[in-house]
Design a binder for this molecule. Structure first.
Ligand code: A2H
Length: 257
């Protein structure tokens, strides 16, 4: 982790309805954004799990920008850092130049409705995740509680403390979807691992790092897809195929850092 280049899949998660606070905050950028679709772009290493996206995480104190993409009617909502990297990867209008059309803080985005590609859930919500790093990926993390221990624990915490987090409990109510079967952990790897390891909170960083490692290895080498076009195939085989399908459908792109 953190060493050498990382080959992410940038998942394009379209904003379908801004939260009232986000709509208010973006008023001053109305003319720059007129007629454009906004996509929150989540950097993932597990494109084969996108069937189980149940929400989209932002860091509440992270500042995001809205940046022009290489398609004239599409805008990316990501960190400035990611936009600069993307500009050197041919993902901006002019190579090397990140053009910012607006700006918004993560906490303001909470409650925004988005459309996560491939997910069995038609519409999901933007929710806060305090452990999102501004220095990794796009600062946007798509949540797959079935296979990511971090996502699962954060979802559980949001459900338990909806009031503290100032969220509507229904926004965090979508259950983990069985996506991958593994011999050791069954059909819901992350919840099972968190239970076995008695992980109590999304801040149990050490245990979560262990769980993440175990979930990744077991899922990749032993997992079999339970859902989608590659149901019945080994994850090892399905992963690059799902990735390619998403990219071919313009629902995702390659992002390196
Ligand atoms: B992964 P690596 Cl199902 N801050 O996607 C914190 N975490 C971030 C992040 C950021 N700024 N940007 C990306 N990530 C998460 C799916 C997934 C992921 C599953 C299982 C494990 C998993 C759904 N969330 O990651 O440090 C993203 O979550 C564990 C390896 O570059 C991304 O992939 O190795 C992963 O961390 C990138 O982590």
């Amino acid at each position: 982790e953190g060493v050498g280049p990382q080959d992410y899949t940038g998942i394009k998660i379209e904003v379908t309805q801004w939260s009232p606070a986000a709509a208010e905050a973006l008023k001053s950028f109305e003319s720059e954004l007129a007629g454009k679709k906004v996509f929150m772009v989540a950097a993932t290493l597990r494109p084969e799990t996108m069937y189980g996206q149940s929400n989209c995480f932002v860091g509440p104190s992270i500042t995001y920008g809205l940046f022009a993409s290489n398609k004239s009617d599409e805008v990316f909502l990501i960190t400035r850092r990611a936009a600069n990297n993307m500009a050197f990867q041919g993902l901006s209008p002019e190579r090397g130049v990140a053009t910012q059309l607006g700006q918004i803080k993560g906490d303001v985005l909470v409650g925004t409705k988005v459309k996560a590609p491939l997910s069995v859930y038609e519409e999901v919500y933007v929710l806060p995740m305090e452990t999102v790093l501004a220095t990794k990926g796009t600062g946007v993390v798509t949540s797959v509680p079935s296979d990511s221990p971090d996502d699962y624990m954060t979802c559980q915490d949001l459900r338990k403390k909806a009031e503290y987090y100032k969220i509507d409990p229904s926004w965090a109510s979508l259950d983990a979807v069985p996506i991958i079967r593994t011999p050791t952990y069954g059909d819901l790897t992350a919840p099972e691992l968190c239970k076995r390891m008695k992980i109590q909170s999304p801040k149990d960083a050490k245990l979560l790092a262990e769980a993440k490692e175990a979930a990744y290895k077991e899922g990749f080498y032993q997992g079999v897809m339970l859902i989608g076009k590659y149901a019945g195939e080994k994850v090892e085989k399905a992963k690059p195929l799902v990735r390619k399908d998403l990219i071919d459908a313009s629902l995702a792109f390659v992002y390196n850092e």
